[in-house]
Design a protein around this ligand. Structure first.
Ligand code: HGY
Ligand code: MN
Ligand code: MN
Length: 397
C-alpha cells in the first residue's frame, strides 16, 4: 500500500531545509532539488505511473488506463523548487497532494476515462536563472531554449551547463493535455479571513522583475569630499523608497529583495549597484505605470548625482483570468470562494498558452510565504487533497 499524504510529507520535509534558518534551498538542478525530483520519480514508479521527461527538466508521471486511450489528458501537479530560504509548501504541496489524489482515486475504485498526469515543472520560482516559471515557459514555448540556455545564475553558471548532469528526455509533455489543475498553498490570508480551508483561483495579477543597474565612480570613503562623489548607492536608496511609496499610492506591489554592490568594500564608494525590482499590479497598465514612475525617479536622482541607471525587464508575466467553467467544476458542489492571487504560477503560463487551467488554494494560517514561516495545517492539506481528488474524478470521467 503506497504511503499516504502525511508519510509523503514527512519524506520531503527535511530535504534542502537549512539548519540555521529552517528555510528551504531547493535551487533547480542543485542537490536538494534533484533529491526531491528523485523522490517524486520513486513515488510515481511505486504507483505504476510512467514517468516522462522533456528536454528542459520538466516531468509528468502518467496514469494511462486502457479505456483512456485517445482522449484528452488531465494534468495536475506543481513545482518542487523553492526560493532561497523558502517555505515547505510553495510547490511541493501541489505535487504531494496530486500523488495522494491518485491514491484516493484508486482507493475509491475509480479508473479514469482520460489519461491523468502528475507534473513537476522545473525552476518555477526563477530564483536561480531569473526567469519566472522557466520550465513551464519552455514547455509551452512561451520562451525558447535558445533564449534560455544562456541564462546565468549568481555564480555565472549557464542553464545548459547546470543541466548537464540532469536526466532529461524528449517528450512533448503537454501534447494532448486538455486541462491543468494546480493545487497550491495560498500565499495570503483570503481563506483565513473567510474561514474556509480550500478556495479556487480567479486570476493572477500581471507582474515582472526589472534589473536596475546604477553606475557611479569608485573612490576612497575617507579622502573623497561628499560634494565630489558620484555614489550609485544614493540612486538605489532613493529608488527603493520611491518604489515603496508608488506601490502604496497605487495599490500595487514593489519589492527590492536582491542587491549586488561592487566592489563591496567598506571603505570605498561603490562603482556599481545592481538591484532587482519585483513589481506587481492589478492590470498591465497599472504595472507599466508603477514601473515607469519608479524608473523616472531613479533617472532624476542619478542625473543629480552624476551617476547613471539602466532598467532591464528580466521577467514579465501578463494578467491571467482562469477558465471560469473549469473553476466552477473544480470548485465542486461546495461554493468555494474564487480569489485572485498576486503570486505567479505555472498554471498562469499554461493558461496563457491556451490550456484551460484552474487552481485550488489551501488555507495558510499565517498567509506568509517565501519564508520558513509558510504553513498549512494537516487538516486543511487533507481537505485540499479531497477537493483535488473530487476535481480529478469529475474531469477524468
Ligand atoms: O513569485 C511568485 O509570484 C511565485 O511564488 N513564483
Ligand atoms: Mn509556487
Ligand atoms: Mn513561490
Amino acid at each position: 500500500m503506497t504511503p499516504d499524504f502525511e508519510q509523503m510529507w514527512r519524506d520531503l520535509v527535511p530535504v534542502g531545509r537549512s539548519a540555521t534558518t529552517g528555510g528551504y534551498r531547493r535551487q533547480p538542478f542543485a542537490a536538494a532539488e534533484r533529491e526531491c525530483v528523485a523522490w517524486f520519480v520513486e513515488q510515481a514508479q511505486a504507483r505504476g505511473l510512467s514517468v516522462e521527461r522533456d528536454r528542459f527538466g520538466n516531468l509528468v508521471a502518467w496514469w494511462r488506463p486502457e479505456q483512456a486511450a485517445g482522449r484528452d489528458a488531465v494534468l495536475t501537479g506543481s513545482h518542487l523548487d523553492s526560493v532561497l530560504d523558502g517555505g515547505a509548501y510553495d510547490g511541493p504541496l501541489g505535487v504531494v497532494s496530486a500523488l495522494a489524489a491518485v491514491d484516493a482515486l484508486r482507493d475509491r475504485g475509480v479508473t479514469p476515462a482520460r489519461p491523468l498526469g502528475v507534473g513537476v515543472f522545473v525552476e518555477e520560482e526563477g530564483s536561480r536563472f531569473g526567469l519566472a516559471c522557466l520550465g513551464s515557459r519552455l514547455a509551452t514555448g512561451a520562451t525558447t531554449w535558445d533564449r534560455a540556455r544562456g541564462l546565468r545564475d549568481r555564480d555565472g553558471v549557464a542553464l545548459e551547463d547546470a543541466m548537464a548532469g540532469a536526466e532529461v528526455g524528449s517528450a512533448d509533455l503537454l501534447e494532448g493535455v486538455g486541462c491543468f489543475v494546480e493545487l497550491h498553498v495560498e500565499q495570503g490570508r483570503d481563506l483565513v479571513d473567510r474561514d474556509v480551508p480550500v478556495g479556487v483561483a480567479s486570476g493572477i495579477w500581471p507582474h515582472g522583475r526589472y534589473r536596475f543597474d546604477f553606475t557611479g565612480e569608485a573612490n576612497h570613503a575617507g579622502t573623497t569630499r561628499m560634494e565630489d562623489r558620484h555614489d550609485p548607492m544614493l540612486g538605489y536608496a532613493v529608488t527603493a523608497l520611491a518604489a515603496h511609496k508608488q506601490a502604496r499610492l497605487s495599490g500595487g506591489r514593489a519589492t527590492f529583495g536582491r542587491l549586488d554592490v561592487l566592489p563591496g568594500a567598506t571603505n570605498a564608494v561603490p562603482s556599481q549597484v545592481t538591484a532587482w525590482l519585483d513589481a506587481r499590479a492589478d492590470t498591465a497598465e497599472h504595472l507599466d505605470a508603477l514601473v515607469g514612475s519608479v524608473a523616472r525617479m531613479a533617472q532624476e536622482r542619478t542625473d543629480r548625482d552624476g551617476t547613471s541607471v539602466t532598467v532591464t525587464a528580466e521577467s514579465v508575466s501578463g494578467p491571467v483570468e482562469f477558465d471560469r467553467d473549469l473553476a466552477r467544476r473544480v470548485a465542486g458542489a461546495r461554493s468555494r470562494p474564487a480569489i485572485p492571487t498576486m503570486a505567479g504560477h505555472d498554471a498562469g503560463v499554461l493558461s496563457t498558452a491556451g490550456i484551460p487551467t484552474a487552481m485550488l488554494f489551501v488555507r495558510n494560517p499565517t498567509g506568509v510565504s517565501h519564508s520558513p514561516a509558510e504553513h498549512a495545517g494537516t487538516a486543511d492539506c487533507l481537505a485540499g487533497v479531497d477537493a483535488l481528488t473530487a476535481a480529478l474524478q469529475e474531469l477524468t470521467a
